[in-house]
Design a binder for this molecule. Structure first.
Ligand SMILES: Cc1cc2nc3c(=O)[nH]c(=O)nc-3n(C[C@H](O)[C@H](O)[C@H](O)COP(=O)(O)O)c2cc1C
Length: 197
């Protein structure tokens, strides 16, 4: 195996340190406007079949987080009138923990020759790249969806078009404390050689 040089080592070490910080453990400061754009500059460099740029971003911060939480809770109550107060409160607080939530919107187009699954994968890569770049700058984040990410009324509240979907809500801020590592898959156990029959 080739031995990586110091620069390669540092880059891989940064990748290997990646982990999510739960939204409840994210506090101020969030990336400011200039820092967010710096993060996005890295994040938009994703593989993109046909160079369609099948994604855009919605910044949800400050009072907008609470307004979205209220709207989501109201939709949740209409969908599940029997829901317990705790569940409704969870919806109300969904976007209130981290100081900044970035919705990554996948822009689909069923009429395009590039399949929507590929557009969605590109948007997913963006979500991951936002997490990587934010962590490289000392911030923490976590990629969440939950039922609101798949609900048509929530999408309408967010102003999504008919061919747009929510790839993820990326909650961003400064980690309150170090997040313990979790067991990671063993790559060697996942790798096999395909051989022709
Ligand atoms: C598409 C997607 C959606 C996710 N949605 C949720 C979610 O709604 N709630 C949740 O607890 N974790 C969710 N996760 C998992 C977390 O983002 C995170 O990966 C997990 O807590 C493990 O942490 P790690 O990233 O450090 O491995 C989602 C992950 C992906 C890729």
């Amino acid at each position: 195996m080739p031995i990586p040089n110091a620069a390669e080592d540092a880059a891989l070490e940064c990748l290997d340190r990646r982990r999510s910080t739960p939204a409840r453990q994210l506090e101020d400061p969030a990336p400011d406007a200039a820092t967010l754009l710096r993060i996005l500059r890295s994040a938009v460099r994703v593989p993109d079949h046909g160079k369609r740029v099948p994604f855009r971003f919605l910044r949800i911060e400050g009072d907008a987080r609470h307004a979205l939480g209220e709207a989501v809770a109201a939709i949740g109550m209409r969908l599940r009138p029997e829901a317990a107060e705790a569940a409704i409160d969870k919806d109300r607080q969904r976007f209130a923990h981290a100081p900044l939530v970035l919705a990554v919107i996948a822009v689909l187009d069923p009429a395009d020759t590039i399949p929507d699954t590929e557009r969605l994968m590109t948007a997913g890569c963006v979500c991951f790249a936002v997490l990587q770049a934010a962590q490289a700058l000392g911030y923490g984040g976590t990629w969440l969806t939950g039922w609101p990410a798949f609900d048509a009324e929530v999408m309408a509240v967010l102003g999504l078009g008919p061919d747009e979907r929510i790839a993820g809500f990326i909650h961003l801020g400064t980690p309150r404390a170090d997040v313990p590592e979790r067991a990671r898959p063993d790559p060697a156990a996942l790798l096999t050689d395909w051989t022709p029959a």
